[in-house]
Design a protein around this ligand. Sequence first.
Ligand code: VAH
Length: 314
Amino acid sequence: MKKDKILVIGACGQIGVELTLALRKIYGAENVLASDLREQNELLKGTGPYVSIDVMKKDALQLQVIRQGITQIYHLAAILSATGERSPLIAWNLNMQGLLNVLEIAREEKLDKVYWPSSIAVFGNSSPKQNCPQQTIIEPSTVYGISKYAGEFWCNYFFMRYGVDVRSLRYPGIISYKSAPGGGTTDYAVEIYHQALKEKSYECFLKEDTYLPMMYMADAIRATIELMEAPAEKISVRTSYNVAAMSFSPKEIFQEIKKHIPDFTISYKSDFRQTIADSWPQSIDDNVARKDWGWKEEFNLSETTADMLKNLQL
Ligand code: VAH
């Protein structure tokens, strides 16, 4: 039986680090090749093979895929919402061309599977704010959201036209302690834990009542692997699945942390990211993912907070 050989592109990012470590546990370290443009993340050093790859250089990437006998690609490299608004065309180019390079290589090399993350950032002001459904009016207002929504249609096209088994999740904001987030609007929900422990105070760049869909990293990694390991016939969505776990506001996460750190204080000074956050849904309906491949979250805000603070204090 052909051995799975996985390439993770963007392995040094917030999700990439933990996804690489999780995949290495399942498939064996030597069968998961981690790659990124930047220096290898300290957490990955010594855990398996690493190679520096620029996803924008298709020929060099394809050579690696052939030489290493890659059978699956997890393509995570992207410029996120906040950074993308500072460099719109750079974000569009990386997010789109990077994906197209991976899809073309998957087609030409007949790869078994591809994973590519989308985001709840595809939704805009015209989408329902509460329990935003899998299919609805979708008019993204950030370059990141535009690139993710366009990418979803490219994934569906490569599946329908060429049979490329590419699968995708619309991640909410992801909370983690191992690796830092990278330029997103939901990054406050990670920074707040670090600041609570270091400074016992935090200046939040979103207003206190800004509700956003969020997910603990452990749930996000499990959702990704469960989707990729689901039988193909169970996958009814070839754009990208809504997945959800919890929704909360800065005020609620502050109050949850305060249960552990009573003298923790917060102030609010919203910046350009407030407009981005206001354009997104406050909660997500993920019943299609639950029905198709049995998605169910395990971490709520209280459990996330306890686990974050415990691990950040180690
Ligand atoms: C961002 N963390 O803030 C990402 C995510 C839903 C938001 O895609 O841009």
